[in-house]
Design a binder for this molecule. Structure first.
Ligand SMILES: C[S@@+](CC[C@H](N)C(=O)[O-])C[C@H]1O[C@@H](n2cnc3c(N)ncnc32)[C@H](O)[C@@H]1O
Length: 221
């Protein structure tokens, strides 16, 4: 069922895959676009981060990549609903990004891909759209990292959100692909609990140096 929700004076239509407060924290506090540059969002869903950042950076161009047609259609509606004109929506699979976009077009790439592990899938009765949006069933985080590397100009920035339990794995993979992590932030469900999600900003081809760890964020209920 499609429902309408309001987030910070923006309107969204969403279906079984819903807005999450952690995703909003990522777009609101962590991702930074080049004010007049080209950004690519990998896995745009119904457009929560696309619309939010397009409004915040009206001079930037955002290419919003999504492969599930029902979510892509909601994305088109949400762009219209909010009067957003600086977004180019693209129905495309990140695993075949080179068929959709030229290499090295982006000043920024950002992504919060599906990251729940396949083995937890047996506990869910959710439908296909929800599963493909949240679980690593078809596409792994490595596919998203490789697509980001293909799209970014040299020395440009990649913002990524993932499950904290797999932080080491993700950082190793980023380094393997010649990204240098520069900024890290952890999100906690509440005080006294372990972090469940982290955000990392990396530079493609950047030199080593210092990693800035930002103050922790708490999920909003
Ligand atoms: C966790 S959701 C995030 C959606 C959106 N960015 C948000 O915050 O609401 C991950 C998104 O990646 C999309 N996705 C998964 N695999 C993909 C692929 N191979 N190509 C393109 N998009 C993909 C899913 O359909 C889903 O919309």
């Amino acid at each position: 069922m499609i429902r309408s929700i309001d987030i910070e004076s923006l309107k969204f239509l969403q279906s079984e895959f819903k807005a999450s407060s952690d995703n909003l924290l990522f777009f609101k506090y962590f991702v930074k676009l080049s004010p007049r540059g080209v950004a690519v969002e990998l896995g745009a869903g119904f457009g929560l981060g696309t619309v939010y950042l397009a409004k915040r950076y009206p001079q930037a161009t955002i290419v919003a990549v999504e492969y599930q047609r029902p979510l892509y259609e909601l994305l088109l509606k949400n762009l219209q609903l909010n009067g957003v004109e600086n977004v180019k929506p693209l129905l495309c699979d990140v695993r075949q990004i080179e068929k959709c976009l030229e290499p090295q077009i982006a000043d920024v790439v950002y992504s919060n891909p599906p990251f729940w592990r396949k083995e937890f899938l047996k506990n869910t009765r959710k439908g296909e759209i929800y599963i493909k949006a949240n679980y690593e069933v078809e596409t792994t985080y490595r596919d998203f990292l490789k697509a980001a590397k293909y799209l970014l100009k040299s020395s440009k920035r990649f913002f990524f959100m993932f499950e904290t339990a797999r932080l080491v794995e993700v950082i190793c993979e980023l380094k393997q692909l010649k990204f240098t992590p520069k900024r890290l932030q952890f999100v906690y469900p509440r005080k006294g609990k372990n972090s469940h999600v982290f955000f990392v900003e990396s530079v493609l081809g950047g030199k080593g140096g210092h990693l800035k760890v930002e103050e922790p964020l708490e999920s909003t209920p």
